[in-house]
Ligand binder design. Sequence first.
Ligand SMILES: [Zn+2]
Ligand SMILES: [Zn+2]
Length: 330
Amino acid sequence: MAVVLTLRKAISPGAPATGGRNSVELGTEAERARRHARWTRADLIDQMTGLMRGYELSWLYGRAQLEATAQPAAQREIRAQLKRLRQETERAAQAAIRQAYQAQFGYGKRAGWNWRDLDEAEDKFVRRLRQEEYVFATRFLDDIERGRLVMPLEERAKLYGQAGDEAFWWGFLYADQSADQYVRWVTSEAEHCPDCLYLSGELPPKEMEKYANANPNSLPLGGRWGTGVYSAQELATLAIVPQSGELLCTTNCQCHLERVTRPPGKPGARLQRKPFRSLAPKPVQPKYEEKRSRVRTKRVKRDGTIQKGVLSVLEQDLLRVLHGGERRER
Ligand SMILES: [Zn+2]
Ligand SMILES: [Zn+2]
């Protein structure tokens, strides 16, 4: 069953998708979009930090008040207030995530020279993306209540703030899905997880061998050319971008994508036509997995592999977005 992609024309300077901008203007605006994306990330980190710290302080204060009173009516009142506070905090956290994700996807598109506003399919995809993120905000609040934070609150809030970068890279990848577009998975000067090194082609072959039996991917080290270069459509089908939750490093990922030209020569392997799976999948606590699965049609198997044709709803949406809903199968 081969997937036939709709052929699209690459976005070139002056094209309608650029709003008629020339390459100099597009370059300047791409830089501006990246700068705004950094500000949006900093804002989300500050918002998450403030919300979570505020919730923690209020929660501790409320608990102390509860212990200080023996009157059932007063206790009920305190409990009701704490419940309300929790609801309001969750609502504010979701709004912050919502705004940031929407903005980041748009900045990603602009960085990729696409000035069109988000269409319906993209809106739907971004909605799904941030719904997945809401689950993590819920978990954060649960952990605060149970006094179960394993890392300093600020550090954890920062991770959630950085998560919005994923939306930027999806926007960047989606900006131009024509068949002649290529991107390279680039690692920066930092420590990297095996997944990122696998994708960029920098994982030492000896290390790669360790995963040989458990690797659910058919993708060769560094992709079909071994250099971390992928066609934009290929990476979309692999459903992976920097800062993706699927990566072992998740939002700590320091990688980025760069547009490149098609590598010379024939690729050394066939396309992997299913989403990339981490070399070391992270277990998700059953309670939260349940919440996430509500937005999935079928389950991804526990070992991280997926059955043929079985995708999460998020991945299905993504394919719909990326292939313009015009996927034909034969
Ligand atoms: Zn990584
Ligand atoms: Zn990375």
